[in-house]
Design a protein around this ligand. Structure first.
Ligand SMILES: C[S@@+](CC[C@H](N)C(=O)[O-])C[C@H]1O[C@@H](n2cnc3c(N)ncnc32)[C@H](O)[C@@H]1O
Length: 259
Protein backbone atom coordinates (compact mmCIF):
# COMPACT_ATOMS: atom_id res chain seq x y z
CA UNK A 1 0.00 0.00 0.00
CA UNK A 2 1.47 3.30 -1.01
CA UNK A 3 -1.08 5.46 0.80
CA UNK A 4 -0.82 6.78 4.34
CA UNK A 5 -3.05 4.95 6.82
CA UNK A 6 -3.90 5.63 10.44
CA UNK A 7 -1.15 4.24 12.76
CA UNK A 8 1.49 4.23 10.00
CA UNK A 9 4.89 5.44 11.16
CA UNK A 10 6.05 8.00 8.58
CA UNK A 11 8.93 10.35 7.91
CA UNK A 12 8.12 14.02 7.39
CA UNK A 13 11.06 15.66 5.63
CA UNK A 14 11.14 19.44 5.44
CA UNK A 15 13.00 21.31 2.72
CA UNK A 16 15.18 22.98 5.36
CA UNK A 17 16.79 19.56 6.02
CA UNK A 18 14.90 18.75 9.23
CA UNK A 19 13.00 15.49 9.51
CA UNK A 20 10.60 13.87 11.94
CA UNK A 21 9.60 10.24 12.45
CA UNK A 22 6.01 10.19 13.70
CA UNK A 23 3.06 7.87 14.12
CA UNK A 24 -0.09 9.04 12.30
CA UNK A 25 -2.75 8.97 14.99
CA UNK A 26 -6.26 10.33 14.45
CA UNK A 27 -6.62 14.02 15.44
CA UNK A 28 -2.86 14.27 16.04
CA UNK A 29 -0.64 17.06 14.74
CA UNK A 30 2.99 18.08 14.40
CA UNK A 31 4.16 21.64 14.84
CA UNK A 32 7.25 22.40 12.75
CA UNK A 33 9.08 25.68 12.10
CA UNK A 34 6.93 26.20 8.97
CA UNK A 35 3.56 25.68 10.66
CA UNK A 36 1.38 22.81 11.80
CA UNK A 37 0.62 19.55 10.02
CA UNK A 38 -2.70 17.91 10.96
CA UNK A 39 -2.56 14.14 10.68
CA UNK A 40 -6.20 13.82 9.57
CA UNK A 41 -5.12 15.72 6.40
CA UNK A 42 -2.32 13.22 5.79
CA UNK A 43 -4.39 10.04 6.02
CA UNK A 44 -5.09 8.87 2.45
CA UNK A 45 -2.22 10.84 0.88
CA UNK A 46 0.18 8.96 -1.36
CA UNK A 47 3.68 8.46 0.04
CA UNK A 48 6.01 10.95 -1.64
CA UNK A 49 3.38 13.69 -1.77
CA UNK A 50 4.23 17.29 -0.98
CA UNK A 51 2.96 18.94 2.20
CA UNK A 52 2.53 22.65 1.48
CA UNK A 53 2.88 25.40 4.05
CA UNK A 54 2.02 29.04 3.56
CA UNK A 55 4.91 31.11 2.21
CA UNK A 56 7.55 30.77 -0.48
CA UNK A 57 9.61 27.58 -0.55
CA UNK A 58 7.94 26.29 2.57
CA UNK A 59 7.21 22.63 2.02
CA UNK A 60 7.76 19.10 3.24
CA UNK A 61 7.29 15.55 2.01
CA UNK A 62 5.57 12.58 3.53
CA UNK A 63 7.75 9.51 3.11
CA UNK A 64 8.11 5.94 4.35
CA UNK A 65 10.23 5.64 7.48
CA UNK A 66 13.46 3.79 6.63
CA UNK A 67 15.61 1.95 9.14
CA UNK A 68 18.27 4.68 8.85
CA UNK A 69 15.64 7.36 9.63
CA UNK A 70 14.64 5.20 12.59
CA UNK A 71 18.21 5.06 13.94
CA UNK A 72 18.83 8.79 13.58
CA UNK A 73 15.47 9.75 15.11
CA UNK A 74 15.02 7.24 17.91
CA UNK A 75 14.65 8.18 21.56
CA UNK A 76 18.09 7.53 22.98
CA UNK A 77 19.50 7.24 26.45
CA UNK A 78 22.72 5.58 25.24
CA UNK A 79 25.16 6.08 22.39
CA UNK A 80 23.96 4.16 19.31
CA UNK A 81 25.91 2.33 16.63
CA UNK A 82 25.95 4.34 13.40
CA UNK A 83 24.27 2.89 10.28
CA UNK A 84 27.64 2.82 8.43
CA UNK A 85 29.04 0.51 11.14
CA UNK A 86 26.02 -1.69 11.76
CA UNK A 87 25.50 -2.06 8.00
CA UNK A 88 28.90 -3.62 7.42
CA UNK A 89 28.62 -5.74 10.57
CA UNK A 90 25.38 -7.35 9.46
CA UNK A 91 26.99 -8.43 6.20
CA UNK A 92 30.07 -9.75 7.96
CA UNK A 93 27.93 -11.67 10.49
CA UNK A 94 26.18 -13.15 7.45
CA UNK A 95 22.76 -12.80 9.07
CA UNK A 96 19.87 -14.16 7.05
CA UNK A 97 16.25 -15.21 7.52
CA UNK A 98 15.75 -17.85 10.25
CA UNK A 99 19.12 -17.18 11.98
CA UNK A 100 19.40 -16.80 15.76
CA UNK A 101 21.38 -13.84 17.02
CA UNK A 102 22.30 -12.60 20.48
CA UNK A 103 22.92 -8.96 21.30
CA UNK A 104 24.36 -7.30 24.39
CA UNK A 105 23.71 -4.48 25.39
CA UNK A 106 20.44 -3.48 23.95
CA UNK A 107 20.99 0.25 24.60
CA UNK A 108 18.46 2.29 22.62
CA UNK A 109 17.60 -0.55 20.23
CA UNK A 110 19.30 0.81 17.11
CA UNK A 111 21.15 -2.43 16.38
CA UNK A 112 18.24 -4.56 17.66
CA UNK A 113 16.03 -3.21 14.88
CA UNK A 114 18.59 -4.05 12.21
CA UNK A 115 19.13 -7.55 13.61
CA UNK A 116 15.37 -8.11 13.76
CA UNK A 117 14.95 -7.19 10.12
CA UNK A 118 17.95 -9.28 9.02
CA UNK A 119 16.76 -12.55 10.57
CA UNK A 120 13.11 -12.03 9.62
CA UNK A 121 9.84 -13.42 10.93
CA UNK A 122 11.17 -16.91 11.50
CA UNK A 123 14.46 -15.77 13.01
CA UNK A 124 15.23 -14.94 16.61
CA UNK A 125 16.91 -11.98 18.32
CA UNK A 126 17.68 -12.25 22.02
CA UNK A 127 18.93 -8.97 23.44
CA UNK A 128 20.31 -8.42 26.92
CA UNK A 129 20.86 -5.22 28.87
CA UNK A 130 21.95 -4.83 32.47
CA UNK A 131 19.56 -1.88 32.87
CA UNK A 132 15.86 -2.75 32.46
CA UNK A 133 15.10 0.93 31.81
CA UNK A 134 17.16 0.74 28.59
CA UNK A 135 15.33 -2.42 27.48
CA UNK A 136 12.04 -0.60 28.01
CA UNK A 137 13.11 2.40 25.91
CA UNK A 138 14.41 0.09 23.17
CA UNK A 139 11.16 -1.87 23.14
CA UNK A 140 9.18 1.37 22.73
CA UNK A 141 11.57 2.50 19.97
CA UNK A 142 11.05 -0.74 18.06
CA UNK A 143 7.32 -0.02 17.73
CA UNK A 144 8.45 2.69 15.26
CA UNK A 145 9.59 0.21 12.61
CA UNK A 146 7.63 -2.50 10.82
CA UNK A 147 8.66 -5.09 13.31
CA UNK A 148 8.58 -8.84 13.25
CA UNK A 149 7.88 -9.70 16.90
CA UNK A 150 11.01 -11.82 16.77
CA UNK A 151 12.86 -9.97 19.56
CA UNK A 152 13.11 -11.16 23.15
CA UNK A 153 14.27 -8.48 25.61
CA UNK A 154 16.12 -9.78 28.66
CA UNK A 155 17.73 -8.16 31.68
CA UNK A 156 21.12 -9.59 32.59
CA UNK A 157 24.82 -9.01 33.05
CA UNK A 158 26.89 -10.57 30.28
CA UNK A 159 29.81 -10.87 32.71
CA UNK A 160 27.77 -13.41 34.73
CA UNK A 161 27.53 -15.64 31.66
CA UNK A 162 24.57 -16.24 29.36
CA UNK A 163 22.67 -19.50 29.15
CA UNK A 164 21.99 -19.43 25.39
CA UNK A 165 24.01 -21.78 23.18
CA UNK A 166 24.33 -22.62 19.46
CA UNK A 167 23.67 -19.07 18.29
CA UNK A 168 24.59 -18.11 14.72
CA UNK A 169 25.96 -14.71 15.67
CA UNK A 170 26.63 -12.29 18.53
CA UNK A 171 26.69 -8.49 18.51
CA UNK A 172 28.53 -7.18 21.59
CA UNK A 173 28.35 -3.48 22.50
CA UNK A 174 29.14 -2.94 26.20
CA UNK A 175 31.63 -0.52 27.82
CA UNK A 176 34.29 -3.11 28.73
CA UNK A 177 34.05 -5.79 26.02
CA UNK A 178 37.27 -7.51 27.10
CA UNK A 179 35.45 -8.76 30.21
CA UNK A 180 32.50 -10.13 28.24
CA UNK A 181 33.98 -11.51 25.03
CA UNK A 182 34.57 -15.01 26.43
CA UNK A 183 30.97 -15.37 27.65
CA UNK A 184 29.74 -14.02 24.33
CA UNK A 185 31.76 -16.50 22.25
CA UNK A 186 30.59 -19.35 24.52
CA UNK A 187 27.04 -18.83 23.23
CA UNK A 188 28.03 -19.33 19.57
CA UNK A 189 27.85 -22.51 17.55
CA UNK A 190 31.09 -23.57 15.85
CA UNK A 191 31.51 -21.39 12.76
CA UNK A 192 29.27 -18.74 14.38
CA UNK A 193 30.47 -15.14 14.11
CA UNK A 194 30.92 -12.29 16.54
CA UNK A 195 31.09 -8.51 16.12
CA UNK A 196 32.46 -6.47 19.01
CA UNK A 197 32.08 -2.71 19.19
CA UNK A 198 35.13 -1.02 20.72
CA UNK A 199 35.48 2.76 20.31
CA UNK A 200 39.09 3.05 21.60
CA UNK A 201 42.45 1.48 20.74
CA UNK A 202 42.86 0.42 24.38
CA UNK A 203 39.63 -1.61 24.25
CA UNK A 204 40.63 -3.20 20.94
CA UNK A 205 44.00 -4.20 22.37
CA UNK A 206 42.46 -5.78 25.47
CA UNK A 207 39.85 -7.68 23.43
CA UNK A 208 42.52 -9.01 21.05
CA UNK A 209 44.64 -10.20 23.99
CA UNK A 210 41.63 -11.98 25.41
CA UNK A 211 40.73 -13.63 22.08
CA UNK A 212 44.34 -14.72 21.63
CA UNK A 213 44.22 -16.57 24.98
CA UNK A 214 40.86 -18.22 24.24
CA UNK A 215 42.19 -20.10 21.18
CA UNK A 216 38.77 -20.80 19.72
CA UNK A 217 38.36 -17.88 17.30
CA UNK A 218 39.89 -17.46 13.85
CA UNK A 219 39.69 -14.90 11.06
CA UNK A 220 40.00 -12.11 13.64
CA UNK A 221 39.72 -8.72 11.95
CA UNK A 222 39.63 -5.14 13.15
CA UNK A 223 37.74 -2.66 10.98
CA UNK A 224 36.85 0.97 10.95
CA UNK A 225 34.43 2.42 8.38
CA UNK A 226 34.56 5.97 7.06
CA UNK A 227 31.98 7.69 4.94
CA UNK A 228 32.74 10.88 3.03
CA UNK A 229 29.70 12.84 1.88
CA UNK A 230 29.79 15.00 -1.24
CA UNK A 231 28.28 18.37 -1.99
CA UNK A 232 25.79 17.51 -4.69
CA UNK A 233 26.18 20.52 -7.00
CA UNK A 234 26.96 18.72 -10.34
CA UNK A 235 29.06 21.64 -11.61
CA UNK A 236 31.15 21.88 -8.46
CA UNK A 237 31.21 18.29 -7.28
CA UNK A 238 33.50 17.97 -4.26
CA UNK A 239 33.53 16.43 -0.77
CA UNK A 240 31.85 18.17 2.16
CA UNK A 241 34.28 20.28 4.23
CA UNK A 242 33.71 18.24 7.38
CA UNK A 243 33.25 14.53 8.01
CA UNK A 244 32.61 12.26 10.98
CA UNK A 245 36.17 11.43 12.01
CA UNK A 246 35.64 8.40 14.23
CA UNK A 247 32.74 6.41 15.61
CA UNK A 248 34.09 3.01 16.61
CA UNK A 249 36.34 0.11 15.74
CA UNK A 250 34.69 -3.24 15.06
CA UNK A 251 36.37 -6.52 15.92
CA UNK A 252 35.15 -9.64 14.11
CA UNK A 253 35.87 -13.31 14.62
CA UNK A 254 34.62 -16.80 13.76
CA UNK A 255 34.34 -19.50 16.41
CA UNK A 256 36.08 -22.83 15.79
CA UNK A 257 36.53 -25.98 17.85
CA UNK A 258 40.21 -25.32 18.48
CA UNK A 259 42.85 -23.14 16.91
C1 LIG B 1 26.42 1.82 24.05
S1 LIG B 1 25.02 1.04 24.68
C2 LIG B 1 24.52 -0.06 23.39
C3 LIG B 1 23.88 0.70 22.25
C4 LIG B 1 23.21 -0.18 21.24
N1 LIG B 1 24.18 -1.02 20.53
C5 LIG B 1 22.46 0.68 20.22
O1 LIG B 1 22.98 0.87 19.10
O2 LIG B 1 21.39 1.20 20.53
C6 LIG B 1 25.70 -0.07 25.87
C7 LIG B 1 24.64 -0.80 26.67
O3 LIG B 1 25.26 -1.87 27.38
C8 LIG B 1 24.61 -2.02 28.63
N2 LIG B 1 25.54 -2.74 29.51
C9 LIG B 1 26.66 -2.23 30.11
N3 LIG B 1 27.31 -3.21 30.79
C10 LIG B 1 26.57 -4.35 30.61
C11 LIG B 1 26.72 -5.68 31.06
N4 LIG B 1 27.77 -6.03 31.82
N5 LIG B 1 25.79 -6.61 30.70
C12 LIG B 1 24.73 -6.24 29.93
N6 LIG B 1 24.54 -4.99 29.47
C13 LIG B 1 25.45 -4.05 29.78
C14 LIG B 1 24.30 -0.58 29.06
O4 LIG B 1 23.25 -0.55 30.02
C15 LIG B 1 23.94 0.08 27.72
O5 LIG B 1 22.56 0.08 27.50
Amino acid sequence: MNFVEENDVVLIKLNNGEDFVIKIVKDGFLSVPFGTVFFNDLIGKEYGEVINFRGKNRRGYILKNSIVDYIFNLKRKTQVVYPKDVGYSILYLDLKPRDSVLECGTGSGAVTAVLSRAVGKEGRVITYDIDPENSKIAEENLTFIPFYNNVLFKTGNVKDGLKERDMDAFFLDVPDPENSVENAINTLKHSGKICIIAPTFNQVQKVLEKMEKMKNTIDIQVWETMIRNYKINPERLRPEDKMVGHTTFMIFGTKVVWR
